[in-house]
Design a protein around this ligand. Structure first.
Ligand SMILES: [Ca+2]
Length: 210
C-alpha cells in the first residue's frame, strides 16, 4: 500500500500543475470554442475560415453589448503565480462601432471586477486588428489604476487578489454589430535580472573562481 501511495504521489508530481507560462497560450479557434462562451445574451459561433488565419469565434449581440467569457483554465486561474503579464487578442468588426473594447477580470461572480479599456480603436472594416495590454499581476490598486485599470464599482476585491485567483475573463465590445475574435493570448514577457548594486546584498555574486 505504501508503495502504491508513493507511486501516486510521484505520478501527480510528474504531471505537475498546469500553468500558462513560460510558454503562454494562444487560442486560434481551430478546434472549437476552447472554453469560451457567449455571455449577456451574445451568441458565439466558431467559424472554420475567415480568421487570422483559419477559424475564429464570431460574437453576435442580441443587445448593445457583445460579451464572451472564459471561466476555466487557462483563461481563469492563478495569473499571479503563473506570472501572466500580457493579454493579446485580434478582433474584427463587422459593422457597428469598433470603439470601447474592454476586458474585465473578475475574482468571482459576486464582485464586479477590474476593467481595462483598450486604447486601440480598430476601424469597422471587417479586417483584423491587434489589441494588447501589458500589466504586472502583483500591482497595488493605485498602480493598476495609474496604468488604466478600474474596478467596476461596489465592494471591491483588490487588483492583486483578483490576479491571484481569476474566476472569469471577459471580452466586452459596445457595438451593435458582430465581432470576430482570434488569437486570444495570455503569456509572460521575458524578464531580465539586473543588479545595479544599489543595496549591500551581494549574495547573488561570488569572487570564488572554480
Ligand atoms: Ca484562427
Amino acid at each position: 500500500m505504501r508503495k502504491i501511495s508513493f507511486f501516486v504521489i510521484l505520478m501527480f508530481a510528474s504531471l505537475g500543475v498546469a500553468q500558462v507560462c513560460p510558454d503562454g497560450v494562444s487560442e486560434g479557434f481551430e478546434d472549437g470554442p476552447a472554453g469560451w462562451v457567449g455571455a449577456a445574451a451574445t451568441t458565439m459561433t466558431v467559424q472554420s475560415g475567415g480568421g487570422n488565419p483559419g477559424g475564429y469565434a464570431e460574437l453576435t449581440p442580441s443587445s448593445f453589448n457583445t460579451v464572451m467569457q472564459g471561466a476555466a483554465f487557462p483563461w481563469a486561474g492563478g495569473w499571479a503565480s503563473d506570472g501572466v503579464d500580457y493579454l493579446h487578442v485580434d478582433l474584427a468588426f463587422f459593422g457597428g462601432d469598433a470603439s470601447n473594447v474592454r476586458i474585465r477580470v473578475r475574482f468571482n461572480a459576486v464582485f464586479s471586477g477590474w476593467w481595462y479599456v483598450f486604447t486601440t480603436v480598430g476601424p469597422s472594416d471587417g479586417g483584423w486588428h491587434h489589441y494588447h495590454v501589458v500589466f504586472d499581476p502583483t500591482w497595488s490598486d493605485i498602480q493598476a489604476e495609474a496604468a488604466g485599470w478600474a474596478f467596476g464599482g461596489g465592494d471591491a476585491v483588490s487588483f492583486a487578489a483578483t490576479m491571484a485567483s481569476v474566476g472569469y475573463l471577459e471580452l466586452w465590445s459596445v457595438t451593435p454589430g458582430s465581432v470576430g475574435v482570434d488569437n486570444f493570448s495570455l503569456g509572460c514577457q521575458q524578464r531580465i535580472f539586473a543588479d545595479g548594486f544599489e543595496s549591500s546584498d551581494t549574495t547573488k555574486w561570488s569572487n570564488f573562481a572554480p
